[in-house]
Design a protein around this ligand. Structure first.
Ligand code: ADP
Ligand code: MG
Length: 685
């Protein structure tokens, strides 16, 4: 290993890196520094080109000369480098240009480059600490990457106190070359890594990240905490979808689609890592709680309610055995209360019975230090965990007494927390991971659509001053096989009457203007218009629009067949482009109150049938679609297909920047899109 910029100067990064490497690294360390003969007793070389057989170069020279030494390293055949030096993309235009040049050099020599602007890398199996931190990592099977170097220093300091060990630790820095996706793929192939952890502030290439993570997560769990909830993009949006979307929704969808377990805090990140590393996966979603106190039992039960776990319902056999062996006052139903006077062996009896129950997938043992010795209890927990091989978490609720018992259950990877809710959440992460392992993401369907016709419709925007499309573009949906009601756009009232006569029953009339985005807001939509009223309604709509916006480009009035809103529900299907993840498809409860209700869910396109179907499950109003209050359930397949067809449309045409179908009226007999709005990047067409 070469340290380019190695030095003896007190306080210099080049010295800390050398000292850390010399403390434990199994291979040879070669200092490179033209101004020194020796560094910390080792012979120093003027240039990396003077040494052969370097596997990894750590670069700590000043930013102005980094690219020069990288060229030399490339020439010398070095393929792996970590650039610790800062002063690149994070620091203004000069730095950004340097980073660009760095990328070109890496490309030219096919270099794996970590950084720049990072803390370095650690790999414990070979004792390598190529960072400038004061603490290294304990050996373990978690591989950890972080976009914040300072956070790594903090984690290393803290983790050794908590007996958490690592296989590799990587400070990602500016991610000029290698990014989170590369490390995920690498660790996915690494048999010494059992859990992958990430602290990420952004994901640059969302779709690629999803693909990389999906390949890995069937075998190795990935847990990520994502910070920085910026709202880039959302403010400029003119669609409903755009207003609700925003990057947090994109990350939520993207990480879920990637099969990544998301931690909401740094504490959860390590809670989940520890339990994934230490415990087996549950056979089912049901959890048993065994406690010696009522209050903590209730807290645990509440935590189960907030999680994806279910309270286990015990078999009759279990209940009978508990009844026989527990004192009369004990509660034998879940949560099992073994009572405040319970010694460790009463816990043992209870655990033997519930862990034997086939309905129980996992268990949490909760104890307050009443008349129990925590060390005895810890022995019991460890023994039962080994005997039954079910995942267990503990909540030994105490201070010193709990800490004193911790080493016993640590031995078998059972975590303990003061707060039982943390234990339940950790077990829930195991459940989530077993679900991820068996997820079949499916492939997006390829519908037979009229792509050419869609292109022609989109190209109409070229002749206009605005890049917006309104209901005059309903035929775009037609081209992609999405059902729309009969309708005609007319430019005088006689034609309006004729059009209404063609349609059976009363009609809906709407202003058609790409400049008027929210038609009903200005009185531009009249529903349930009888034929006799059509002519006067035509005049009303036109004059209201003129009043509202005298210079609006009015294309006419649309006369549309009524959708059956009595039997149907207004939903919304939309798309907004996210800078990181690309096309983000939304499904939710539609109508004019979408932004108020915000009952919506998102997926990164292309969306598969399974994913589209999950989207319906995810919204709070799902029961409205499924026959609440005696109504007939709507045609869910129609909704699922529409989501997928929109996914195909926006994947086929990256020029569509945002799009709303609001409402897509879903009835028991099918779905109908009665309104559309889109923003088009016409320069790209
Ligand atoms: P905008 O969203 O621009 O106000 P819409 O075309 O979505 O205009 O119409 C507003 C509302 O009018 C819809 O949310 C729906 O409640 C009702 N509506 C529109 N078209 C129809 C239709 N064909 N059948 C029944 N109701 C409709
Ligand atoms: Mg609408």
């Amino acid at each position: 290993m070469a340290v380019i910029g190695a030095t003896e100067s007190e306080g210099a990064v080049g010295r800390s890196v050398m000292e850390n490497l010399l403390d434990g690294y199994e291979g040879d360390v070669v200092p490179i520094n033209p101004n020194a003969d020796k560094v910390l007793g080792l012979e120093a070389y003027d240039s990396i080109t003077d040494v052969a057989g370097i596997d990894l170069a750590i670069v700590v020279v000043p930013p102005q000369i980094v690219n020069g030494v990288l060229e030399e390293a490339g020439e010398a055949g070095v393929r792996d480098v970590a650039v610790i030096t800062a002063g690149f993309g994070e620091s203004g235009s000069e730095g950004a240009a340097r980073e660009q040049e760095m990328q070109e050099i890496a490309e030219k020599y096919d270099m794996n480059l970590v950084g720049p602007n990072c803390l370095g890398v650690i790999s414990t199996p070979v004792g390598m600490n190529a960072t400038f931190t004061t603490k290294s990592a304990l050996e373990g099977s978690i591989s950890f990457m972080s976009q914040s170097g300072a956070f790594i220093s903090a984690v290393l300091d803290w983790s050794s106190d908590h007996n958490i060990g690592f296989k590799d630790v990587v400070s990602l820095g500016n991610k000029a070359v290698l990014d989170e996706g590369d490390f995920i793929e690498h660790w996915g192939d690494d048999s010494s890594t059992d859990v992958i952890l990430g602290y990420l502030e952004d994901i640059e290439n969302g779709r690629e990240f999803i693909e990389s993570a999906r390949k890995v997560t069937q075998d190795t769990p990935i847990v990520v905490v994502k910070s920085g909830r910026t709202e880039a993009g959302a403010s400029a949006a003119s669609s409903h979808t755009g207003a609700i979307a925003g990057s947090e929704r994109a990350y939520e969808a993207g990480l879920q689609q990637a099969g990544v377990i998301r931690a909401e805090s740094v504490q959860e990140l390590f809670d989940y890592a520890s339990i994934l590393e230490g415990q087996p996966l549950p056979d089912n979603d049901e959890i048993a709680i065994v406690t010696n106190a009522g209050g903590p039992g209730v807290m645990s039960t509440d935590a189960v309610g907030d999680s994806g776990l279910q309270m286990a319902s015990f078999t009759d056999e279990t209940l009978e055995s508990l009844e026989e062996s527990m004192p009369e006052e004990a509660n034998i139903f879940n949560p099992v209360d073994v009572l405040g006077d319970a010694p460790a062996d009463r816990y043992e009896q209870a655990l033997d019975i519930v862990l034997e129950d086939p309905n129980v997938g996992s268990a949490i043992v909760v104890a307050s230090p009443q008349s129990i010795d925590f060390r005895d209890l810890a022995e019991v927990i460890a023994e039962k965990q080994q005997e039954y091989g079910a995942p267990i978490a503990a909540s030994l609720m105490g201070g010193e007494t709990a800490r004193n018992a911790k080493d016993i259950i640590d031995e078998v990877g059972v975590p303990t927390y003061f707060d039982p809710a943390r234990g339940v959440k950790s077990l829930d992460a195991l459940r989530e991971y077993s679900e991820i392992k068996t997820t079949d993401y499916g492939v997006a369907s390829d519908f037979d659509v009229d792509r050419e016709r869609a292109r022609e419709i989109l190209e109409r925007t070229k002749e206009r001053e605005t890049n917006k499309l309104g209901i005059e573009a309903m035929d775009l949906l037609d081209a992609y096989g999405i059902p729309t009601p009969d309708s005609a756009i007319v430019t005088d009232k006689q034609a309006a009457v004729e059009a209404a006569k063609e349609i059976e029953g009363n009609v809906v009339m709407k202003i058609v203007s790409p400049d008027i985005l929210h038609k009903s807001d200005i009185g531009g939509v009249e529903v349930n218009v009888a034929v006799e009223e059509v002519a006067s309604t035509y005049d009303d709509i036109i004059s209201r629009a003129r009043n509202y916006q005298p210079d609006a480009n009015i294309l006419g009035v649309q006369v549309q067949e009524m959708a059956d809103l009595d039997a149907g529900t207004e939903t919304i299907v939309g798309m907004n482009r996210d800078p990181q993840f690309g096309p983000l498809v939304m499904f939710g409860l539609g109508g004019i109150f979408v932004e108020v209700l915000e009952d919506a869910t998102f997926r990164v396109a292309p969306v598969s049938e399974d994913e589209a179907s999950d989207m319906i499950d995810e919204i709070d109003s799902a029961p409205l679609l499924r026959g609440a209050r005696g109504r007939d359930p709507v045609d869910e397949n129609g909704v699922i297909e529409t989501i997928q067809r929109i996914s195909q449309l926006v994947t086929d045409f990256p020029q569509i920047l945002e799009l709303d179908i609001n409402p897509l009226v879903a009835t028991p007999d099918g779905v109908e899109a009665v309104d559309i709005r889109a923003t088009i990047d016409h320069e790209e067409l």
